[in-house]
Design a protein around this ligand. Structure first.
Ligand code: SAH
Length: 262
């Protein structure tokens, strides 16, 4: 039945999806998991691609839309990048120079903590034409799905998206400074260094009883939200066996979830 609605809506919209030319690369975002969060242009890109370079965070169902494409899986296995970033950049350039219609598909948004920017730079340097097809980033898809508003009048006037995994000092957020803004923080890739991140946020003045939550497998059938406080995050992760992919949300927006009846 829902298929029927979608066909009807597509026919009425009559959207002229852009055409993927041979020798071009589209850096596309698949959203956090639920296929319903794909954009129309990403969906049509998948149907046009003859080469699909994709990551682990993209579901099989979405990959399967690219039925005519040769698939190149370049994701992480067991938490480790199976293929160095430089090789992925080189692969994209090579496929484009061969005249393929290339879609580079990543989970969420391709330019949010996804190294899409490095790929764009490599394509620009090699004079390969490319465009970016945005996707719903997991913070916004995940918060919505968990019943947590990203902004709420009277609570926050900003929302911070941060990575918990930045290895080098250039990207590593100044957690104490972020804490001092008093604005909610959504942390990507936060599980590995969670203890240090929590300690730094508290050093910055965030109270231990600040509401916090994990949103695990957001927008997927196995989605789960675990509510805690900043001070009890580590304990909750351990007790509930929180696994990746998971977002950590810290801030008073989390307490709205209950009031929304979730
Ligand atoms: N480009 C992606 C982020 C890639 S970094 C985006 O825009 O969402 C990978 C991190 O994203 C994971 O460690 C996790 O924190 C988060 N993430 C991605 N998909 C997720 C999902 N379905 N549920 C929860 N977190 C997710």
């Amino acid at each position: 039945m829902s298929k029927h609605f979608l066909d009807k809506a597509m026919a009425r919209l009559a959207h002229d999806a852009p055409e993927l030319q041979p020798g071009h690369v589209w850096l596309a975002g698949a959203g956090p998991g639920d296929p319903g969060l794909l954009t129309l242009d990403v969906l049509s890109a998948l149907a046009q691609a003859d080469a699909l370079v994709h990551d682990a965070l993209v579901s099989d169902k979405v990959v399967a839309v690219a039925a005519e494409a040769e698939k190149f899986f370049v994701g992480k296995r067991g938490g480790r990048l199976s293929i160095p970033q430089g090789d992925i950049n080189a692969l994209l350039v090579r496929l484009a120079k061969e005249g393929r219609k290339v879609v580079r598909l990543k989970g969420g948004h391709p330019l949010v903590f996804a190294r899409g920017g490095e790929e764009a730079l490599a394509l620009a340097a090699a004079q390969v034409p490319f465009r970016v097809l945005p996707g719903v980033t997991s913070a916004f898809g995940g918060l919505a799905s968990a019943g947590i508003p990203a902004t709420m009048r009277g609570i926050n006037g900003a929302v911070i998206l941060a990575t918990g995994f930045a290895a080098d000092s250039d990207d590593r957020p100044d957690w104490a400074a972020l804490a001092r803004t008093g604005q909610p923080i959504v942390i990507y890739m936060g599980l590995t260094h969670m203890a240090a991140t929590v300690a730094d946020l508290m050093k910055g003045g965030l109270a231990a009883d600040t509401p916090a939550a994990f949103v695990e497998n957001a927008t997927l059938p196995e989605e789960r939200t675990v509510v805690a406080t900043l001070g009890t995050l580590a304990e909750a992760a351990h007790r509930e066996k929180v696994v990746s992919p998971s977002l950590i949300v810290v801030g008073h927006i989390v307490s709205l979830r209950e009031k929304f009846g979730r």
